[in-house]
Design a protein around this ligand. Structure first.
Ligand SMILES: [Zn+2]
Ligand SMILES: [Zn+2]
Length: 461
């Protein structure tokens, strides 16, 4: 059974009554502070997102086709392009790192843009494209792994690094990557789970001439809570307590089938989980693997430089110390935060969350939920050093004069980033709140308080 007028917070499982449209605003859960997804009419209008996605695809092609940096030293010139960086790593026997850089800076952002356009353009024309569910799921799947903005910071760090040894000229690819970063920021603010509501709207109307503006903005009135919240009233109910489950992909609230381990959502066909299965075991295993990979990532050299004057190995911390002593302290701080502090912070916070959840602790749930959201957002920035290595390797190849190759720490470091990101994706944040609202299941009644989705003050369109 489906509950079209309910919505569930994907981070703390709290149930809300769904408004018919939030008219371009964003809403956050009143208990855990997470942004509510799958709200009809939230965020930028679909027309805007469609236009920005198309523009981003064009800029993406420009960014890939032109060099991002040009280096001139001793009358010799060298250029770095994104594909060139991948090729240099590949030919330098760093194939796994080459695949990581290619996927995070080229393949996944491209898949996201193409899949979004594939869905948005037909919706714009009032029709449903084939394999709609699979395409929207694909956007949700690749989104956390696209890292164009981290690559952009990597380019800037490489420029500052190279300025002291050679003449650096920014290429057209740099400006295109900068514009692409801004555009992808707008695209990333779009919540793809909204598209299922648009699809339902088109399906319901069954008219060939559905007006796009009506579909995207809606004109419904906000629903009122079933019962007004009063002092001393019982806490609001969660989906689990009400015997319901919210789909993690499209947000539809429905009744779980007893004994069905792999029940699929009746709307988007995504597998439904009341709680992610084996979440804590998987998170702990991935964290352990990441902690092991973190040791060689810091001890082994990340780059190997050889020139006529001799050869030199460079570790991450050695690089930070070099920048600090040579007066480039802003660069030292950026590299230290992204490469040393963020991975350690992520390992510590996720360990704390896993231990607290496994012990059934209800201690400071809101603060723990905030910590989880912070590590989920900042984890990707650790890829910075991997991008810097890829660009430097591609830039510095002046024959027998000077050559820089990637060291084994680049692989270990890439593994730390991927493993910690997988760990945070495997952790189910609803486990933080389970001990706060531990209670018996019961069938929802009219007396249960199901508040309307909260409305924030930040109107963005
Ligand atoms: Zn919540
Ligand atoms: Zn679903």
């Amino acid at each position: 059974m489906e509950y079209q007028r309910l919505i569930v917070c994907h981070e703390c499982d709290l149930l809300f009554r769904k408004p018919s449209s939030v008219k371009g605003r964003r809403a956050a859960c009143s208990r855990c502070g997470a942004g509510m997804t799958a709200l009809p009419g939230s965020g930028w209008p679909l027309d805007w997102i469609c236009a920005v996605t198309l523009a981003a695809l064009i800029v993406f092609c420009i960014a890939q086709s032109f060099p991002v940096i040009e280096l001139r030293a001793n009358g010799m010139t060298s250029e770095a392009t994104l594909f060139g960086a991948v090729r240099s790593l590949w030919s330098g026997n760093m194939r796994v790192v080459a695949i990581m850089v290619f996927c995070s800076a080229v393949l996944f952002p491209l898949i996201e843009l193409l899949a979004l356009l594939y869905v948005l353009v037909p919706l714009r024309l009032g029709t449903l494209p084939p394999r709609f569910n699979a395409m929207v799921r694909l956007v949700q799947l690749v989104r956390p792994w696209g890292m164009v903005e981290v690559f952009m910071l990597g380019v800037l760090v490489t420029i500052v690094k190279m300025v002291s040894i050679a003449q650096v000229i920014p290429g057209p690819g740099l400006f295109a990557t900068g514009a692409l970063t801004l555009m992808l920021g707008v695209v990333a603010s779009f919540d793809p789970s909204r598209l299922w509501a648009v699809r339902d709207e088109i399906g319901r109307s069954q008219m060939a001439d559905v007006r796009w503006s009506r579909v995207s903005t809606g004109r419904g009135r906000f629903t009122r809570p079933l019962g007004a919240r009063q002092a001393g009233s019982p806490p609001a109910i969660t989906a689990r307590r009400a015997g319901l489950v919210g789909c993690h992909a499209c947000g539809l609230v429905q009744t779980p089938i007893e004994g069905e381990a792999h029940q699929r959502c009746s709307r988007c066909e995504h597998v439904l989980h009341e709680r992610r299965p084996d979440s804590l075991t998987r998170t702990a295993s991935l964290l352990l693997a990441a902690a092991f990979a973190y040791i060689p990532a810091n001890l082994l050299p990340i780059m190997h430089a050889s020139s006529v004057g001799g050869s030199e190995d460079d570790t991450i911390l050695g690089g930070v110390a070099y920048f600090w002593t040579s007066g480039d302290w802003p660069l030292a701080v950026v590299v230290f935060v992204a490469s040393v502090l963020v991975p350690v912070l992520k390992l510590l916070v996720l360990t704390l969350l896993t231990v607290a959840a496994s012990r059934g602790s209800g201690w400071r749930a809101r603060e723990r939920a905030t910590l989880y959201r912070i590590v989920e957002r900042i984890g990707r920035w650790s890829m910075l050093d991997v991008f810097v290595v890829a660009l430097t390797v591609n830039l510095v190849h002046f024959g027998s004069l000077a050559v820089i190759t990637a060291g084994p720490a680049a692989l270990a470091f890439g593994a730390v980033v991927v493993l910690t990101m997988l760990a945070s994706l495997q952790f189910d944040p609803r486990l933080i709140w389970d001990n706060v609202d531990a209670g018996q299941r019961h069938t929802p009644t009219a007396n249960d308080e199901v508040p309307a989705a909260p409305f924030p003050t930040n109107r963005i369109s």
